[in-house]
Ligand binder design. Structure first.
Ligand code: ADP
Length: 594
């Protein structure tokens, strides 16, 4: 089902959710409706039996055996009706619970998958904490809507209301009018109050998202919080948001109370009117006492569903806003989606060419301007330049996190835009500056992204990345859990795990965004060795911050302000490129000073 922004109105969202339930669980929905219908019929049958019992009470003064049999039958029926109602209600609830859970899972899964597929430019502008809040609250809102709509409440009560009114209009049309009068008043009151509640709820939802964002941001940076001694400030920040939230929720609760108060008022007035009319009719000998009890029960059967339907409507209105945020994520287009004729690729056979490529982030200045260069198979190419020169943008474009605004990037002559992203990323292994590791075992981190593998290959990759020895020194070797974002490892060790992971993928091109952090000399040596080993097997693109590691590169690209200012090997550039010479001299000076 395609989700478009313009479909995300109150009714549109209800339609999306109920359509999912209907298309996926048609037979279960039908079965649930049948059970609900049975409950409604039984609900109306019970007062009828009570009426018969009351109207025949006088026979108990001197009962014949037939009268006794009739009473036994009526009491037995009342018991069976009561038990059957409970059983059928249970089934309505059970089926609705099942459908609600499945539909919630379905949308949660779809949104998550879409979220991961959305382009890097989208992620740059969205907060992951806010998203986590949106998906959690949005998905549980879907559950609530389904359970309210299909479950015990809505279905049973709607059917009960219809059945009661039909029976009432057929059996006693005049009295039935009194039953119908409160319906439009109820609807009017609910419409007005629920609109106010929904408006307030939308505001509350926004604050909830801010709360999630603030919490994730602080929790994700717990080390900085500790280092700067801001634990109390962060906790207070959060507390402030929640105090505001609860104040708003308290006010919302007041609106609920107003709604209930108005409903109770309408019910009491209508009860009194029915009682006066009925007593007057009994006095005239038109109604019996049993009939009065039946009328009062039917009035109760009309009020109960009305009350429930109104509060269900308000509750649904309240949570629809939450699911809207969830569906909004789905309505985001992926501009980098594979085209229909996109093709697969295998290992790099010849070269990657950047042809007159220009690119800017979110329509700002050009991070890369008219870039022309090539990366030949099996070579080591380094990209150097000052911070902000456009080096990382280079790899972002090559990995197709973004598409160039102008020009082409060609993989063996094929424009990246015509290659299936999955296959492109299988061929390019990326080792970022800050290797992002998962809170899983070392082995799981190295094999991340691969399902079928040989255990020997893990050790092989770790050896190539000069990581095997230190892994074996950890308490559980490859099974050691490394903590959130690899916190239990040093920067150099994390980098080496990142290299092992990249090598394990079997990609033919490796992009290594060298760490700017000051690695210990052992780690640096290990990484240099790893680069040398990779060199023999793959095309290696090194975004270099420490020139010492790339002196032997086949080609060094020097960048400045988004442009290539020179290309060549170390010796040539030292002679001909002033920027390179300065970068090199600065580094040599820095390394000898410290
Ligand atoms: P380098 O890797 O050489 O330090 P980058 O390629 O990261 O440089 O950045 C080039 C320019 O693009 C910089 O001016 C930087 O501020 C900008 N930039 C980088 N990433 C983003 C982004 N995600 N959104 C907006 N601007 C960005």
């Amino acid at each position: 089902m395609q989700i478009r922004k313009k479909d995300l109105t109150f009714l549109g969202i209800l339609k999306i959710i109920s359509k999912t339930a209907w298309t996926k669980f048609k037979w279960k929905v039908v079965l649930m409706l049948i059970c609900a219908l049975v409950v409604a019929l039984l609900e109306t049958l019970a007062p009828k039996i009570v009426q018969l019992i009351i109207d025949n009470l006088e026979k108990l003064a001197s009962p014949s055996p037939l009268d006794l049999k009739l009473f036994a039958f009526l009491l037995g029926s009342l018991f069976i009706v009561g038990i059957s109602m409970t059983i059928f209600r249970f089934w309505v609830n059970r089926i609705s619970f099942y459908i609600a859970t499945k539909v919630e899972d379905y949308w949660r899964y779809r949104v998550l998958y879409h979220f991961f597929q959305l382009p890097a430019s989208w992620h740059d502008n969205h907060d992951s904490g806010e998203f986590a809040g949106k998906i959690d609250r949005g998905a549980s809102a879907i559950w609530t809507i389904i359970h309210e709509l299909f479950g015990n409440n809505f279905t049973v009560y709607t059917i009960t209301l219809i059945v009661v009114l039909i029976i009432a209009f057929i059996s006693f049309p005049l009295a039935a009018i009194i039953l119908v009068i409160p319906i439009p008043i109820y609807i009017f009151v609910t419409y007005i109050v629920s609109k106010k509640i929904a408006k307030r709820q939308n505001y509350i939802n926004k604050i909830h998202h801010i709360a999630a964002k603030v919490l994730y941001d602080a929790a994700g940076n717990v080390r900085s919080v500790k280092a700067f001694g801001t634990e109390l400030r962060e906790a207070k920040n959060h507390d402030k948001i929640w105090t505001k939230l609860h104040k708003l929720e308290y006010k919302e609760e007041e609106l609920w109370l107003t709604q209930t108060l108005l409903q109770t008022g309408i019910e009491t007035v209508m009860r009194i009117i029915l009682l006066i009319v009925s007593i007057w009719q009994i006095y005239k000998g038109v109604y019996t006492i049993g009939f009065l009890v039946l009328l009062m029960s039917y009035q109760q059967l009309t009020f109960a569903p009305l009350r429930e339907l109104n509060s269900i409507f308000t509750r649904i209105r309240r949570v629809v806003g939450r699911s809207k945020h969830l569906f909004e994520i789905l309505s985001e287009e992926d501009p980098l989606k594979d085209s229909r004729n996109a093709i697969t690729i295998s290992k790099l056979k010849n070269k990657i060419i950047f042809k007159d490529v220009s690119f800017s982030y979110s329509g700002g200045f050009n991070a890369i301007k008219n870039l022309n260069t090539e990366f030949k198979k099996g070579k080591v190419i380094a990209i150097v330049g000052r911070s902000g020169a456009g080096k990382s943008t280079f790899s972002n474009l090559l990995l197709r996190f973004y598409d160039p605004d102008k020009g082409q990037i060609l993989w063996d002559g094929i424009d990246l835009r015509n290659i299936k992203r999955y296959y492109l990323r299988k061929q390019i292994a990326y080792i970022p500056q800050e290797t992002s590791l998962f809170n899983r075992s070392i082995g799981d981190n190295i094999t991340y992204g691969k399902i079928d593998y040989n255990k020997k290959d893990i050790i092989n990759a770790a050896n190539l990345a000069a990581a095997h020895d230190f892994i074996m020194k950890t308490p559980k070797g490859y099974k050691s859990i490394i903590g959130e974002r690899g916190i239990r490892l040093s920067g150099g060790q994390r980098q080496r795990i990142g290299i092992a992971r990249a090598l394990f993928t079997g990609a033919s091109v490796v992009i290594m965004d060298e760490s700017t952090s000051h690695l210990d000399s052992e780690s640096e040596l290990a990484i240099q060795q790893a680069i040398r080993k990779i060199q023999r097997e793959k095309t290696l693109i090194v975004i270099a911050h420490r020139l010492s590691t790339i002196i032997n590169a086949d080609k060094i690209i020097v960048m400045d302000q988004g442009k290539i200012v020179a290309e060549g090997n170390h010796k040539k550039l030292l002679k001909s490129c002033s920027i390179y010479k300065r970068l090199y001299q600065l580094q040599v000076k820095k390394e000898t000073t410290f």
